[in-house]
Design a protein around this ligand. Sequence first.
Ligand SMILES: NC(=O)c1ccc[n+]([C@@H]2O[C@H](COP(=O)([O-])OP(=O)(O)OC[C@H]3O[C@@H](n4cnc5c(N)ncnc54)[C@H](O)[C@@H]3O)[C@@H](O)[C@H]2O)c1
Ligand SMILES: N[C@@H](CCCCN[C@@H](CCC(=O)O)C(=O)O)C(=O)O
Length: 923
Amino acid sequence: MKPGIGNKLFMNSTKFRGKVIAIRREDQSVWERRAALAPLHVRKLTRAGVKVIVQPANRRAYPTQAYLKAGAIIQEDISEASVIFGIKQVPVDLLLPDKTYCMFSHTIKAQESNMPMLDAMLEKNIRLIDYEKLVDEVGQRVVAFGKWAGVAGMLNIFHGLGLRLLALGHHTPFMHIGPAHNYRNSSMANQSVRDIGYEIALGMLPKSIGPLTFVFTGSGNVSQGAQEVFQELPHEYVPPEMLQKVAEHGAPNKVYGCEVRRRHYLERKSGGGFDHDEYEKCPDDYISTFSKKIAPFASVIVNGIYWAVGSPKLLTLPDAKALLRPMHAPWLPCSEGAPPLPHRLLAICDISADPGGSIEFMNECTTIDTPFCLYDADRNKDTKSFKGPGVLVCSIDNMPTQLPKESTDFFGELVLPYVSDIITSDATKPLEEHNFQTPVYNAIITSNGKLTPNFEYIQELRESMKSKHKFEARCDGDMKKVLVLGAGRVCMPLIEYLHRDENLSIVLGSSVRADVETLSRGLDRITPVQIDVIDMPGKLKELVASADLVVSLLPYQLHHAVAEVCIDHAKNMVTASYLTPDMSSLHERAVQAGITIVNEVGLDPGIDHLLAMECIDEVHLAGGKVESFISYCGGLPAPECSDNALRYKFSWSPRGVLLNTLGTAKYLMESKVVEVPAGGDVLNHCNDVNFLPGFALEGYPNRDSIRYASLYGIAAEASTVFRGTLRFRGFVSAMQGLQKLGLIDPNPHPALHPKGPEITWRELVCTLLGLSNMDVFYGNLKSKVSEKIGDDKLEAIENMGLLSDKLINKMDTPLDTLSCYLAEKLVLGEADRDVIVMRHDIGIMWPNGNRESRGITLVEYGDVKGHTAMSRMVGLPAAIAAKMVLDGEIQEKGMVLPFSPDIYRPILSRLRAEGIQVKDITY
Ligand SMILES: NC(=O)c1ccc[n+]([C@@H]2O[C@H](COP(=O)([O-])OP(=O)(O)OC[C@H]3O[C@@H](n4cnc5c(N)ncnc54)[C@H](O)[C@@H]3O)[C@@H](O)[C@H]2O)c1
Ligand SMILES: N[C@@H](CCCCN[C@@H](CCC(=O)O)C(=O)O)C(=O)O
C-alpha cells in the first residue's frame, strides 16, 4: 500500500466509529521526541470517528496542543484504548493487559534486555505488532525512518568533521554546522549547509588539507537522505574508479561524492566479477575490495548499507591500521601553521550502526549525548576526543530522533495505511477472528499469550542462547584462554602483560614444575601445568585444543612440534623466534587451517625489525632509497656487572647463546656477498663497534642478513646489509678458546654420557686435549691449553673454572654440558642488572641526491629487583602481538612476520606507551 492512501481509507468510513487508540508517552530515552503519528494523521483518524487518546508529553516534538487541535483527547489514562502506538520499548510495569501494542520492540533477535518485556506481553495477553516486521511481498520494510537517519547522520558528520579538522589545526566552514538536533527542521539545516557551501565555493577550505571526498555506501533511503544534504554543497559526483584522481588532484572549492554499490567492491574469490543472486546465496564466495580500492581515497565514509552476518566486512581492524597510516602528499602546500593531514580518512558516519558489523572496529554505538569517538587503530582503542591519532566515528543508532518532527511526519505517513487495519485489533479475541492484511498479520509477534508461528523461533533462539551462556559460564564466560609454553628467562613480562586483560585466562605450561608454579604465584586467572611437549603429546593436544591462542617460549627447535598441533586444532600461535625453514614448511598448512602464526616478535629478532621497517617505510614513502643497513644488538650484563672472563651473563637461553657462535652467516658488504661457514668462523669476523664510545663493544655477524634485504624491501637498492651480535670486548677471544678446546661441540661425547663414570672439568679438558695422563701437573696442563688455544685465551678458561676439579653434570654433548655449567656460573646475580643495546645505522639517499645517515639506538637496562631488560624487550612485543591476534587486529593467515605497517606500527606505539624509548639521530 502506498503512503497517502490513508486519506482515502479513512474517508467516509463508519467502521472506525467507536474505536479507541492511544499514542503513548515515550520513556526509553531522553532524546526520544518522535511519535508514531503526527497531529495531521490524528486529525484523519478523529475525523473518521476514531477516538485518539494522547498521553501528555512535553518532550514530544509536536506539542500536546497540536494533537488536541487535531481532535485528540489529552489524558494520562490510556486504558480505554484497545490499540496503543509508540516508538520504542515499554517498561514492563506500564504494559496494559489485553491491548495491542505497536512499536519497535527489538525482540526479534531475542535481544536479552527486551526479553522481560516479551515475557510480560505473553503473560498479559498483549498483541505485539512490530514495525520492523511490516514488510511488503518482496520482504521490503514498508515503515521506517531511513531517510531521516541519513539526513541527521550527514549533518552530524559535517559537524564532527569541523571539530576534527579544527583539532588537526584547520578552521573550516564545517565549524558552522551543528549537530542535527540543533536545527528546527531539515530546511533550516540545509540552509546552513548551503551557507557553508558558499564559503567552500569561495575557496575557504585550507589548501593544505587537499580535496575532500565523501564516499556513500548503499543506495537505499539512508544513503539517499545523506546525499540530499551533501548535495547542498558545491559538489561533483565521480565514479569509484576516478576517486583516487580527485582525492589527489581535485579542486579545493567543491567537495566530491561517490556512491558505491556492491558491484564496485565485492568480487568473486574465484576470479572476480559480481553476480547479485549468487552473492545473495553464497556471500562467503566473495571478498570485499572496499578497503583497498575505495577507502584509501575517502576523506569521509557515510555507511548506509545493510550488513548480514557472514558477508564480507567493509572495513576490518587491520584495514583501519592501513588506512590510518601517514599520508604522503608532497604536492599539498603545507607548513607549520598549515599542517598536513595525518592520513586521508578523517571520519566515518556509520548510520548502519551495527556494532562489530560492516565496520569491524565500531564495537559500540555512540549516542546523541556523546556523538563521536576517535578510533586509534594503532592502539585499537577509542577515546571521546577530537584530538590525537585516529578516525572520527559517529554511529548513533537513533539519529532520526534528532529531527523528530519530520521523522514523525514521514513515519506517520507510512504507517497510516496500516492503521485502519491495526485499529480493528482486539487482543482478547483470537487472531483468526480478525481479517488483517498480510503485512500486518506477519508483523504480529505475540497474540493470545503465545508467540505467533512466524516468531516461535524466538523461544528456540532464547534457549540456544541460554545454553550457550551456560556453556560460556562454564568456560569462564567471555574469557579467552592463552596457552603459554615455556616458563624460562623471558616469560614473565609476557604473562604480566596478558594478565592485565581481565577477560583472559592463561595456562602456563613448561617442563619444570617449580618454574610454572613460581611464575604463576600471586596471579589469579593463571593455571600452572607441568608438561614436556615432546614426551607428553596427548597432553599438548588437550591444552592446545582448549586454548584460543598459543604462545611458544620454548627452545626454538620445539616450535615446529607445537605448530603442528596448532594447525590440527586451528589455533593461532605466536613465537619470538626466527622463522626457521622447519616452520616455513608449515605455511601452506597453516593457511589451509585458517590460522595465523606470528614469528620473530621478540627483541632480536623482533624490535629490530619493527624499528628497521618504520625507518625504511618512511624513507620509501618520501621517495628515498636505503643504500646501507647495518644493525647490531646485544643482550649484555650492565657494564658494572660484566665481571667475568666472557664479560657476559645470560639473560636468555644459555644454549642458544653458545650455539649462535657456531652458526653460519651471510651478509652484503659494499656489494660483496660474504659467506661465513658454520663451526665458529663467525667469531673471526668480529670488529670493534664504536657507536657508543663509552661502551667497549665488539660485534660479529648474526645469521643470514641478506635474507632480510628482500624482506625489508631494500634488496634492489642497498649495497650493504649486515646484522650482527654485540658483546663486550673480550667475549669473542674467550669464546674462541672454548671452541678450540672443543667445549662448544653439539655432538655427543663418550666422556659426557650421563650414565658414564664421573669426570671433573680438568679431566674433561685433558680428554679434549688428547692427554692420556689425567693427573698432569697443573702448570703443565696450562701450557698444553695455551698451546692449543693461545696464551691470550688461557686466563678465560681458568677464570671460568674449567681447569678445576669440580665434578661435571654430564649432558651428553660438550655444548649442553657447558651451557648447563655456565648457566649457573654466569647467572645474573641478585644485585646484577642487564642491558640491551641495539643500533641501526641506515644510509639514505634522498631524491634530490642528498645523503643522510640515520642512527637508531635502543639502550634499556633491566631492573635489579624486577625484570631483566631482555625479558621485557622479548616478552612485551610477543605479548602485544598475541593480544593483537586474539583481538582480530592481525588476521593474515599462515606464517606471518612483523614487517607490514599494520603490525609493526601498533606494536611500536604500544611499546612506546610502556616507556620504551628509542633515540633517533641524523649524522
Ligand atoms: N627474539 C628474541 O629476541 C629472543 C630473545 C630471547 C629468547 N628468545 C627465544 O624465546 C624462547 C625462550 O627463551 P628463554 O630465554 O626464556 O629460554 P629458557 O631456556 O630460559 O627457557 C626455556 C623454557 O622452555 C622449557 N622447556 C624446554 N624444553 C621443554 C619441553 N620439551 N617441554 C616443555 N618445556 C620445555 C624450559 O623448562 C624453560 O622453561 C626461546 O626460543 C628463545 O630462543 C627470543
Ligand atoms: N643478538 C643478541 C640478542 C639475541 C636475543 C636472542 N635471540 C635469539 C632468538 C633465537 C630464536 O628463538 O630463534 C637468537 O638466537 O638470536 C645477542 O645475542 O645478545
